[in-house]
Write a protein that binds this ligand. Structure first.
Ligand code: PLP
Length: 381
């Protein structure tokens, strides 16, 4: 048996006629830039994410960049981000000339917490830095514990920008990912739960003024053709991508529910096989606090000290896996100028050594899942 890490072909087969009709319509009208399909998609997704404004952009990276530019972050500003995240979270801070400060993670959720952010804040303050924002990343589809983070940010008068690139539709205490902070970035990279046919992204916000500024920022800060109020970029969402995303959006909840069922089967199978003392399964935090915690399982990430050997074993048996992420951002060569050392963020570094993403997607069969668990069991025998 072969089990790929992700297989999108079945999803496409089910939606082929609808997608092709939408694409044909755009081609017929020849309206490729900020036309009716973008507007329609923005309206639908604003209501899905429960935000007042949704602004379609060219990628999740550009969503972060446009937010930071619209808020005027720049030299002299420090922005707190997790070290255990995709590069864009920290990269975009540096691109606007601000300084990323890396917070460690909670080892169970893989997310930053009020405690790790407070430690980071303290270090920054000791160096006399001006902290402008915190960017919690809802990693792998699980929301950060946002209430304590929002309280901390309010107390310190710091803006919170959610990086919800991996978490569209995830919930925290009944609120949707991306509707809690001042603004949020989403990604529709093809492998995301809601994936485009190329690069695409979105910004969500409830702030009218910020939404207006971000809309301008998306088109070079231009309020009227060739009149530029400030410097932005070309961050527009393609009409073709919007048309395709509009076909997929109505299926998103059903796909995320199917991913949760896959996660439940993994949990049952790993538990039944007595493997939970060998691998740590994804956490389901906040349960005891009574908060609803609605994980969308963008990735199913386990941890084990024998990660690399397990990965080799699974690869030999044609099971796809991935390592998100092999090192913390604070260890990346391009951030060496910030002066971090190995050992500075121990939980991030440990997660980078121990985590392994297993196959997860809505159409993954029980047989395929059983095969994955069989092979993990075989490895640990
Ligand atoms: C946490 C996080 N932030 C930002 C991004 C950037 O999104 P994009 O790839 O659409 O530019 C990603 C994409 O993988 C991500 O996972």
């Amino acid at each position: 048996m072969r089990v790929p890490l992700l297989d999108l072909s079945e999803q496409y087969r089910a939606l082929t006629p609808a997608i092709q009709a939408q694409v044909a319509e755009v081609l017929e009208t020849q309206q490729f830039i900020l036309g009716p399909k973008v507007k329609e998609f923005e309206n639908a997704i604003a209501s899905y994410c429960r935000v007042n404004h949704a602004i379609g952009v060219s990628s999740g990276t550009d969503a972060l960049l446009a937010i930071f530019m619209a808020l005027g972050f720049g030299p002299g500003d420090t922005v707190i981000v997790p070290s255990f995240t995709f590069f864009a979270t920290g990269g975009c801070v540096a691109r606007v000339g601000a300084k990323p400060a890396f917070a460690d993670i909670d080892p169970a959720s893989f997310n930053i917490t009020a405690r790790t952010v407070e430690e980071c804040l303290h270090r920054c303050r000791q160096k006399g830095e001006r902290i402008r924002a915190i960017v919690p990343v809802h990693l792998f589809g699980l929301c950060c514990d946002m209430d304590p983070l929002m309280e901390l940010a309010q107390r310190e008068q710091i803006t919170v920008i959610e990086d919800a690139a991996q978490a569209i539709g995830a919930e925290y205490g009944g609120r949707r990912a991306g509707s809690i902070g001042a603004a949020a970035a989403f990604s529709f990279y093809p492998s995301k739960n809601l994936g485009a046919a190329g690069d695409a992204g979105l910004i969500g916000t409830n702030n009218d003024e910020l939404a207006e500024r971000i809309r301008l920022c998306r088109q070079h800060g231009m309020h009227e053709r060739y009149f530029h109020d400030f410097i932005g970029g070309n961050f527009r969402l393609d009409e073709l991508q919007a048309a395709i995303l509009s076909v997929k959006l109505p299926h998103l909840d059903e796909w995320s529910a199917a991913r949760r069922r896959v996660a439940d089967v993994y949990r049952d199978e790993f538990t039944a096989r007595g493997l939970t003392n060998r691998v740590t399964l994804p956490a389901e935090p906040y349960r005891d606090s009574g908060l609803t915690n609605h994980h969308i399982y963008h990735q199913y990430v386990i941890r084990t000290e024998r990660r690399d050997a397990l990965r080799e074993h699974l690869t030999r048996h044609e099971i796809g896996t991935a390592i998100y992420y092999p090192m913390g951002l604070h260890q990346q060569k391009c951030f060496s100028y910030l002066g971090y050392r190995d050992g500075d963020l121990p939980e991030t570094e440990c997660a980078a050594r121990e985590t392994l993403a297993l196959p997860i997607y809505p159409e993954l069969t029980r047989e395929q899942q059983r095969y994955v668990v069989d092979e993990v069991a075989e490895f640990f025998q």
